[in-house]
Design a protein around this ligand. Structure first.
Ligand code: GCV
Length: 679
């Protein structure tokens, strides 16, 4: 008996030990340690950046044991900026950072079984920047992965622990490994305090940790800072004292951080102060800052996310406000434009400012954090959405004038080219809240480096590196799940061009019924879907708000015409009767039902896919993802039921009989506050 007991305990112990030994908390991202082979490295120069490159090679070498690799730092014409050339056993670059990026690419190719001979790789954008919406009290606006890695709300909020520095170092390394070379440390809804001496000292220390990895530091600034912390009576950008104040502040910053990147500014948007408060324009405000930053090669990223409670269709406002200023901004100002004209919806057409501005530097802003795509609960791989935007044709200079080409300088000269992604990073052990949300951080970096890459290739690369598993039985189904996940979210949230029918404020669950007389109309759902007995959708054609006119021909006419408007944007641009005949032959109402149903079914399939690959995934990540997929499935059901039952009140038509019936009551969904986030 005693023998049996001892054996049992031993077996249980071994099992538990094996499981926990294999458990993976995801903290190492796509950079998990391998068992390296020995390698000899020849490098004529020494520097902090090159030291990192050498260490990475030694720690991760998976090529021929005892091979010799040369890191060669000398000008090569075909290499641009921090690009690199990989040959058999040589990494060449014009800059130290180019060598580091080349080393990461070399190791990545070894780890994913790709060849290494003669690879020339140049970045699409010069600045590849994360935007942290991190508040100085440690919270993160629209952040779903814990508190800020930079700021905390304690009495000693400005002290820095060794743990902080380790984390920042890991963060910098992860960014460098995918080519990200800049970070904005604080929220665009910026506290003026960031520019006070205590905070700037902390910014300097963060910058010192990030620098060897080539990650430049930037700050979001509050336009009223001269008043709020400078004691001036005005923040008027044309006032000489205000100009002097910014000049001196910038001087102070560069004394601490000689390679400081510059400012990100949200001005006259959603209550943030800006030049218009003083009767001045975006040009006055941006150029004043740009002039003060110019001697240090700093840049101003001035956001175009502006709209006011006016009668004009909200999606038209940024274009209307910024286009008249085309050509008036300094060359170190870049207008930062969200991918779509509204606000990071699951699907939007591209913003007409891409292709609209002709003599102004413009950069895309993508949202990596999933504000409108299920937070860190839903598995949604965002790269296909970004690819869709980057590959969209603006027609500015005829066919082929894609958003990618328009923004990366290949269509028109821009001294500075840049792309930004709103970070999904927090203090959670796995950084992003959901293991698969890491793929969005990864994909942003890879697309920022090469805006022509395919999302499928990026997904495959990420899977191999992150799960250390290259078998097709794992890669194929999981890659296909990732590739379908964004379309699934569109289907169960807002298909056929529907948009912004989220619950107010938290933007997580469905609330197509949301309307509030006390709020501005464009903060309610009914403003966007306009469902009534006749039909559904926002008429932005020439007979409606005429938003189509902001696009170049032939796209403008294509959108304006119901027959040629892509169905994915149909209800974005048109209000159509419930019995409108779709390309599938179904009427609009039925088509809507099919899309919601399909979205839910897709998530059910994702659950099966994930269970199928259990043998290839460590137990911790397997069960954490499995549990989130269950929740995603319940949410998809809520979305489907809420939207179909609500719209049915207007369509007065049955849900096609072959579609599964709703399982919730509309009354319950409407009357249970936050039913959507509690499930
Ligand atoms: C940082 C949306 C978000 C806000 C965000 C804003 C912006 O409105 O809901 O949280 O504020 O966009 O991009 O400035």
């Amino acid at each position: 008996m005693k023998w049996i007991k001892t054996t049992l305990v031993t077996v249980i112990f071994i099992k538990v030990f094996c499981l926990s030994a294999k458990a993976d908390d995801g903290h190492q991202l796509w950079l998990k340690k391998q068992n390296p082979f020995p390698v000899n490295i020849i490098c004529a120069k020494k520097s902090p950046v090159l030291d990192i490159a050498i260490k990475e090679l030694k720690d991760g070498w998976n090529g021929t044991p005892d091979a010799t690799v040369t890191l060669q730092l000398k000008p090569v014409k075909s290499i641009k900026d921090d690009g690199f050339l990989l040959e058999n056993s040589r990494v060449s670059a014009n800059s130290e950072l180019g060598i580091l990026y080349g080393v990461y690419e070399l190791l990545r190719r070894q780890a994913t079984g790709q060849t290494v001979n003669h690879i020339l790789s140049n970045p699409s954008y010069r600045q590849r920047i994360l935007n942290h919406w991190d508040n100085l009290n440690g919270t993160v606006e629209r952040g779903y992965a814990g508190h800020s890695i930079f700021w905390r709300n304690e009495k000693d909020s400005l002290t820095i622990t060794p743990g902080d520095k380790t984390l920042w170092n890991e963060y910098a390394r992860a960014n460098a490994s995918i080519g990200i070379n800049g970070t904005v440390l604080n929220n665009v809804n910026a506290s003026p305090l960031i520019l006070t001496a205590g905070y700037l000292k902390k910014v300097k220390i963060i910058a010192d940790v990030l620098r060897p990895y080539g990650v430049k530091t930037y700050l979001s600034v509050n336009f009223s800072s001269p008043v709020k912390i400078g004691g001036l009576k005005t923040a008027d950008p044309l006032d000489p004292d205000v100009k002097r104040w910014w000049k001196e502040k910038i001087q102070e910053i560069y004394k601490l951080i000689p390679d400081f990147g510059g400012f990100l500014v949200k001005a006259n948007s959603e209550g943030q102060p800006g030049p218009q408060d003083f009767g001045r324009t975006h040009v006055d405000g941006a150029n004043m800052m740009a002039d003060a930053l110019k001697p240090y090669h700093g840049i101003v990223m001035w956001r175009a996310f502006v709209y006011s409670p006016s009668d004009q269709d909200r999606v038209m406002q940024a274009y209307s406000e910024f286009l008249p200023f085309d050509g008036q901004f300094r060359e170190n100002v870049i207008i930062q434009v969200k991918n779509g004209p509204l606000d990071f919806q699951p699907r939007e057409p591209f913003s007409p400012l891409f292709g609209g501005m002709k003599k102004t530097a413009v950069m895309p802003e993508l949202q990596i954090t999933q504000e409108y795509l299920g937070r860190s609960i839903h598995l949604v791989y965002l790269s296909p959405m970004w690819e869709e935007c980057l590959k969209s044709d603006t027609y500015q200079k005829g066919p082929g004038s894609t958003v990618a080409k328009y923004t990366d300088g290949s269509m028109q000269y821009q001294k500075y080219t840049a792309i930004a992604g709103v970070a999904n990073i927090g203090l959670d052990t796995n950084w992003c809240g959901h293991h698969f949300a890491q793929s969005n951080w990864y994909a942003f970096g890879r697309l920022a480096w090469n805006n022509n890459r395919s999302s499928a290739d990026i997904a495959e690369e990420w899977l191999k590196l992150t799960f250390h598993e290259s078998k097709s039985e794992f890669i194929n189904p999981v890659k296909s799940m990732m590739m379908n996940s964004r379309e699934a979210a569109v289907n169960y949230m807002m298909p056929l061009g529907l948009h912004h029918i989220f619950a107010e404020g938290h933007h997580y669950g469905p609330s197509p019924w949301f309307s509030d007389q006390k709020l501005r109309a464009d903060w309610t759902s009914v403003y966007y879907h306009k469902a009534d007995a006749k039909g559904i959708g926002f008429n932005r054609s020439a007979t409606g708000s005429n938003a189509v006119s902001q696009y170049h021909e032939p796209f403008s006419t294509q959108l304006n015409n119901i027959e040629t408007c892509p169905e994915i944007y149909l209800l974005w641009f048109h209000h159509l009767p419930w019995d409108y005949k779709m390309k599938s032959g179904r009427i609009l109402w039925d088509e809507l039902c099919y899309h919601y149903n399909q979205g839910l079914n897709q998530v059910r399939e994702f659950q099966k896919t994930w269970d199928l690959v259990q043998p290839y995934v460590d137990p911790q990540r397997f069960s954490e993802v499995q549990s989130k997929l269950r929740r995603q499935c319940r949410d998809a059901q809520l979305w489907k039921d809420a939207c179909l039952l609500y719209f049915q009140q207007f369509s007065q038509r049955p849900i096609p009989f072959e579609i599964e019936r709703p399982v919730h009551d509309l009354k319950y969904l409407i009357n249970t506050p936050a039913a959507d986030i509690r499930h």
